[in-house]
Ligand binder design. Structure first.
Ligand SMILES: *[C@@H]1O[C@H](CO)[C@@H](O)[C@H](O)[C@H]1NC(C)=O
Ligand SMILES: *[C@@H]1O[C@H](CO)[C@@H](O)[C@H](O)[C@H]1NC(C)=O
Ligand SMILES: *[C@@H]1O[C@H](CO)[C@@H](O)[C@H](O)[C@H]1NC(C)=O
Ligand SMILES: *[C@@H]1O[C@H](CO)[C@@H](O)[C@H](O)[C@H]1NC(C)=O
Ligand SMILES: *[C@@H]1O[C@H](CO)[C@@H](O)[C@H](O)[C@H]1NC(C)=O
Ligand SMILES: *[C@@H]1O[C@H](CO)[C@@H](O)[C@H](O)[C@H]1NC(C)=O
Ligand SMILES: *[C@@H]1O[C@H](CO)[C@@H](O)[C@H](O)[C@H]1NC(C)=O
Length: 414
């Protein structure tokens, strides 16, 4: 016990000596080796966030400005990556990838000084206010994601300067205005989502985005016709806007796999050359103003279409028999339209083999139900309610009843 006090004293003294010694010999390694401007920017980023919203265990809380914040990231990822540039000058911040734990505050315009940034991810926080215009200075950015925040205002024009951007996700904020004019100049973009905001206006020609895979503009207030779109597109999410006109431009997008244009004001024909797009698996054209579903016989053409949803349109005429020629189709929803005539007996065969969902309810179909509809397998679901059918009440698909006779007047003539 008696020996302890001196030992305790000795260790700090000894450490102090070593530190002093080291300081004298190689002072540059003790001083921050990160570019001062970057440290200042990180400081300002932290400063613009409400301290009450920075939990003790968070990345930002661990940014230690008494030492070099870049050095601190050695053993553990703290939301920043730093790199030494080729010229061996001071190290620079190359990535900010924050934890999405609800930081509240603004994004400072100092962000624009981190000119070596390649990744900026602020997803799932509570940033509010505008996206600073200085973001346009981050010419090396390849990935910019600020989804699920409360950003307001316009997309800064400067974004069109970020020629290396591959992935841009501004979804689920409160942004408004239009898509900037030169967006098509972002030649490297493969993913672009601006869904769930308050954007409006027409969508301009985007053919310049020749590498774009996914375009998601859903849940906004875009209007006007379909724009020119790049051939490279695979996923097109345009639902919940006010787009109108015909869907002819889609017919040339031969790589499309997923098309959702539901809840808009498109009209005219659901074209055979859109339905015949070889790679489309999912086609949702629900809740528009289409009047015609034009289906030809696709037997042997290898269509991939699995799901066709077209409920809530003004589709007229008879149910297209040719729908049975889609070999991969399992889900079909044509409810809430104006189809009349009988249900083709071929539909019954399909219910027995490959169709798993068949909704034909709320139309003006008439006549007898094909036999197969009465004994569907337990994994098959659907409805033929609210038509003008002779529909036995004990048949599951008939549950809900049929239209009153007054609504079915004249159905026998067509
Ligand atoms: C940078 O440092 C490395 C070793 O630390 C050296 O090999 C290289 O020549 C240096 N480059 C320049 C441009 O100074
Ligand atoms: C960084 O950016 C801010 C605001 O955008 C500017 O006022 C400041 O001069 C810049 N500082 C440095 C060190 O570059
Ligand atoms: C969306 O923008 C419209 C004007 O274009 C405005 O009237 C409306 O309040 C905005 N909605 C939200 C949620 O910001
Ligand atoms: C769309 O833009 C491309 C180049 O980005 C151009 O070649 C084409 O003519 C434009 N089309 C229209 C209709 O403006
Ligand atoms: C098709 O679109 C409608 C309306 O947007 C939506 O309610 C429905 O869930 C969509 N169907 C699928 C399978 O995504
Ligand atoms: C469509 O069906 C064929 C065989 O009938 C199968 O090889 C192919 O994988 C299916 N496509 C999809 C997208 O499931
Ligand atoms: C088809 O549409 C009906 C009515 O709009 C809806 O109740 C049903 O869930 C839809 N089915 C599928 C598979 O989306």
């Amino acid at each position: 016990m008696a020996k302890k006090p001196p030992t305790k004293l000795l260790i700090p003294l000894y450490s102090l000596l070593i530190i002093t010694f080291t300081l004298c010999l190689i002072p540059s390694q003790i001083h921050s080796s990160t570019f001062e401007g970057d440290i200042l920017s990180l400081r300002e980023i932290k400063h613009a966030i409400d301290p009450n919203s920075i939990p003790p265990s968070s990345y930002i809380n661990s940014w230690d400005f008494r030492v070099d914040p870049c050095e601190g990231t050695g053993s553990q990822f703290l939301g920043i990556l730093c790199d030494l540039p080729l010229d061996n000058s001071s190290s620079r911040v190359t990535a900010i990838d924050l934890d999405g734990i609800g930081y509240e505050g603004f994004l400072t315009s100092y962000i624009g000084n981190l000119t070596e940034l390649t990744v900026l991810n602020l997803n799932n926080n509570k940033f509010r206010g505008p996206i600073p215009e200085t973001i346009g200075k981050l010419r090396k950015l390849t990935r910019l994601t600020i989804s699920e925040n409360f950003f307001t205002g316009f997309i800064p024009q400067g974004i069109t300067q970020l020629k290396k951007l591959q992935y841009l996700d501004l979804s689920s904020n409160r942004l408004s205005g239009t898509i900037p004019n030169d967006m098509s100049g972002l030649r490297s973009l493969t993913y672009l989502s601006i869904s769930n905001n308050n954007f409006s206006g027409r969508i301009q020609n985007l053919t310049g985005l020749w590498q774009l895979n996914t375009l998601d503009i859903s849940f906004n207030q875009f209007y006007g016709n379909l724009p020119n779109l790049p051939m490279s597109l695979r996923n097109l999410h345009f639902s919940h806007n006010i787009l109108s006109g015909h869907i002819t431009p889609l017919k040339d997008l031969i790589h499309l796999k997923w098309i959702d244009i539901s809840d808009n004001k498109f009209s005219g024909v659901i074209r055979r050359d859109v339905l015949s797009l070889k790679n489309v698996v999912h086609l949702n054209v629900s809740f528009n103003r289409f009047a015609t579903l034009d289906v030809v016989d696709y037997s042997g053409q290898g269509q991939q279409l699995k799901l066709l949803e077209a409920q809530g349109n003004h589709l007229k005429g008879r149910l297209p028999v040719n729908l049975v020629s889609f070999t991969n189709l399992t889900i079909l929803n044509l409810s809430n339209n104006e189809f009349h005539g009988i249900i083709p007996k071929e539909y019954g065969m399909k219910l027995r083999t490959t169709w798993r969902r068949l909704y034909l309810d709320h139309n003006f179909l008439m006549g007898n139900l094909p036999l197969e509809f009465s004994h569907i397998a337990t994994n098959v679901r659907g409805s033929v309610a609210n038509n003008c059918l002779k529909c036995p009440t004990n048949v599951v698909m008939c549950h809900g009843g049929q239209r009153p006779a007054t609504e079915c007047v004249g159905q026998h003539n067509v």
